[in-house]
Design a protein around this ligand. Structure first.
Ligand code: ZN
Ligand code: ZN
Length: 579
């Protein structure tokens, strides 16, 4: 069935561990409640339930004001908006002239160049016909002429006379521009919501616009230039000399939800160019333009070098409106925060801050260790220790000396215990045990010399490190000398009963095979000493016990394949020369 092959017929879910505890339960609800509160605050504070759209806008401006000023070489003039706005306006910005250098009545002709950076000449040889560079006002004619009484400069073919002043006049000629006003018209649109608005609000009428002032009404769309510059942290009279750039920021932060509809502009100002004019090269802002006229059929021009302030209007903003989809997405994204409760409580339990007892119990119930197939973990039990040690098999160190990875309490195999105890009843006839005739009697005098790792004096020497294991940690009597060893591990009638218990219809001849009895004796020893061995570990039988069991149930040819519990048979790592 394809459904079965693809695994579509199953559903897997997580297994949970429930700890019955008032303290942990209330802690969980307190933490979950706190998280819920934070989520709700974030939801309302950041308007996470809204869909957002960015502003699209257009800006137009109109500067108004007149000022009288004295132009050197020209006299008193009155300038209005047309004069001081400069020749052209950029998109979303306007320019106001605040200072000017005027060169009147320029005509095409030859005249001396300005002695810029000491460019003087003495004879015609110093000047080269047709020469020019970036600082030149015209093309050299090749003659050296008088500039003034003291200096001589190269003659140029240019608009004559050439502009001689380089530094702007101080104070600024048009410092009165401070009192000029500008009307900013800003139309915005939020395309996603098809919402249109102006900064001149519907409730503003002509009378309001004539009287409104920035100082007492932050929504007034008419600004005095002096106020703008002051709010940007600058002094108008200083900035007017060399010019500069000021940014006018209009921020729209709109809430288009029906109940809380609010969409008003907020104005702020700051200087955009480098302020420290004496530390910067080419400070301020200036450009040249000319006005042309014909005098007696000859074209003349008036050259203006205009210094001024450019105001750039920048519009930012976004609008939000309730969106069910956004709300669902937000709620979905916050669900993971509840995992913090689990992380915190798990940490609390495991760090024994809470209770060491519960921690151990909880870890056992919650964590199931699975060993990698290639790893072979042995478990070792000593008769003079209550715990079971888990050790990694080593190829070099004797098993007796390997340091334990973990020490665990022994888990009683109650089923086995009950069965063994019932089999040990006197009427089961343990005393009728008959030694097989061919079993050699253990001869204590014939014992080989005691290996260094043996503490019980009854182990056989072995060259394999995994076989070098004694029944005890410290010197003392061997477990094989215990009367219970005889009855629980070696007793033929008990072993036969166990074999029969496993296979009730097994013929007596098969039951009595010494190999089966020997292997059964090993399992008896393991169940006795280890109870239920920890998961994925392999119990190791001490050398003295192996020796005693082999003495009792010897292999006819003296060859032993090594004992392998059924569940370890597949494990290559343990299969070779184990026990
Ligand atoms: Zn020993
Ligand atoms: Zn021993």
């Amino acid at each position: 069935m394809p459904c079965r092959l693809l695994g579509l017929c199953k559903y897997e879910t997580n297994k949970l561990v429930r700890i019955q505890s008032v303290r942990l339960g209330s802690l969980k609800w307190i933490l979950n409640g706190t998280i819920l509160l934070v989520i709700c605050i974030m939801l309302l504070w950041n308007k996470e339930y809204q869909q957002f759209d960015l502003v699209v806008s257009s800006v137009t401006t109109k500067v108004k004001g007149v000022a009288r000023m004295h132009l050197p070489g020209v006299g008193d003039v009155v300038w209005d908006g047309v004069d001081y706005s400069g020749p052209a306006q950029d998109k979303n910005s306007f320019f106001v002239v605040t200072n000017v250098i005027v060169t009147k009545n320029q005509k095409q002709g030859n005249c001396p160049e300005v002695p810029l950076k000491g460019r003087l000449c003495r004879t015609d040889k110093d000047c080269k016909k047709g020469d020019w560079d970036q600082l030149s006002h015209g093309i050299q004619t090749g003659s050296c002429v008088k500039f003034d009484v003291l200096k001589k400069t190269c003659e140029v073919s240019a608009w004559c006379p050439v502009e001689t002043k380089t530094n702007p006049p101080r104070p600024a000629l048009l410092a009165a521009a401070e009192n000029f006003t500008v009307l900013i018209k800003n139309n915005i649109r939020f395309p996603a919501f098809n919402y249109i608005r102006r900064n001149i609000l519907p409730e503003m009428n002509g009378a309001y616009l004539k009287s409104c002032k920035r100082e007492n009404d932050s929504l007034c769309p008419i600004f005095k230039l002096g106020d703008i510059v002051r709010e940007a942290g600058e002094k108008f009279s200083e900035m007017a000399i060399e010019g500069g750039v000021i940014g006018i920021q209009i921020k729209w932060d709109c809430n288009l939800d029906r109940l809380m509809r609010r969409c008003l502009p907020r104005y702020s100002f700051r200087r955009l160019d480098e302020k420290e004019s004496n530390r910067t090269l080419y400070p301020g802002l200036n450009f040249r333009y000319a006005k042309y006229n014909m005098v007696n059929g000859v074209e003349e021009r008036t050259l203006y070098k205009a210094f001024g302030i450019r105001f750039d209007v920048m519009v930012f903003g976004h609008a939000g409106k309730f969106s069910f989809i956004q709300l669902i997405i937000y709620i979905g994204s916050t669900l993971s925060y509840y995992a913090l409760t689990t992380v915190l409580l798990d940490w609390l339990i495991e760090t024994s801050c809470y209770s060491a007892e519960v921690g151990q119990n909880y870890s056992e119930k919650k964590v199931e260790s699975v060993q990698d197939k290639q790893k072979c973990i042995l478990c070792v039990s000593y008769v003079d220790e209550n715990n079971i040690r888990l050790v990694k098999r080593s190829q070099k160190k004797s098993l007796q000396d390997v340091k334990p990875m973990l020490v665990q309490p022994r888990k009683e195999d109650t089923g086995h215990l009950r069965a063994v105890l019932s089999l040990l009843q006197p009427d089961n006839g343990v005393d009728h045990d008959a030694e097989p005739p061919d079993a050699p009697k253990p001869d204590l005098n014939d014992r080989p010399s005691r290996p260094a790792w043996c503490k019980c004096d009854r182990c056989s020497p072995s060259s394999l490190p995994q076989e070098q294991l004694c029944c005890r940690r410290s010197d003392g009597a061997c477990i094989t000398t215990s009367p219970l060893f005889e009855r629980l591990v070696l007793s033929r009638s008990l072993l036969e009963a166990v074999l029969l218990y496993r296979d009730p219809l097994c013929p007596l001849a098969d039951r009595g095979q010494t190999a089966d009895l020997r292997h059964c004796a090993y399992t008896q020893y393991i169940s006795w000493r280890f109870g239920v061995p920890p998961e994925d570990t392999h119990p190791a039988v001490p050398s003295c016990c192996v020796r005693r069991i082999r003495e009792k149930y010897p292999s006819p040819d003296g060859q032993y394949g090594g004992f392998m519990p059924a569940r370890t048979a597949s494990m290559q790592a343990c299969a070779n020369g184990e026990l």
